[in-house]
Design a protein around this ligand. Sequence first.
Ligand code: GDP
Length: 169
Amino acid sequence: NSAISSYFKVVVLGAPGVGKTSITQQFMTSEYVAFENSVDQEENLVTVQLNGEESTLEFLDASDNEVNLENIRADAYIIIFSIPHRDTFDTAVDLLSELRMDMGIDRTVIMVGNKLDLVRKRKVKTEEAQEVSKMYDGKYIEVSAGLNHNIDELLVGILGSIRYKLNPS
Ligand code: GDP
């Protein structure tokens, strides 16, 4: 296959313990993964095939000391919070407003509510998270890394949004 695949960087943000590592790991097992050898667990790299086009995504955990956000030209940001932990939502909203102030609306930002499986411990309403995301021109999705629920949808959402912003049609 000689097709040149595009390469995108995705920065993963959120308070400690919200599931940044778990979600990134689940991306590596997505059904959209292009080839057997197109995953690099160490480097958090995955090549996926979507709508007949190949793209390589690199996920950078913003809480990793080796990741210097100022020097990264990111194509997208995902801001994760934990649905059963209210304080992590407050952190996510702060991050979202900071991101938008810093770089305007030309970059993809997706707010992610994780741990959807802990249904009875919910501390953040879906509508509330949707409303805040919309206010800052971001999308909102709820997932469970634990159950691998909606993780593929998130991956497709990230890539679809990056491609759309590059080439609106
Ligand atoms: P990080 O600090 O943001 O990278 O968070 P981790 O990915 O290390 O996850 C923190 C803890 O939350 C771990 O014990 C995970 O097993 C747990 N966790 C992550 N995702 C989920 C989820 O969807 N549901 C539940 N119940 N636990 C989760």
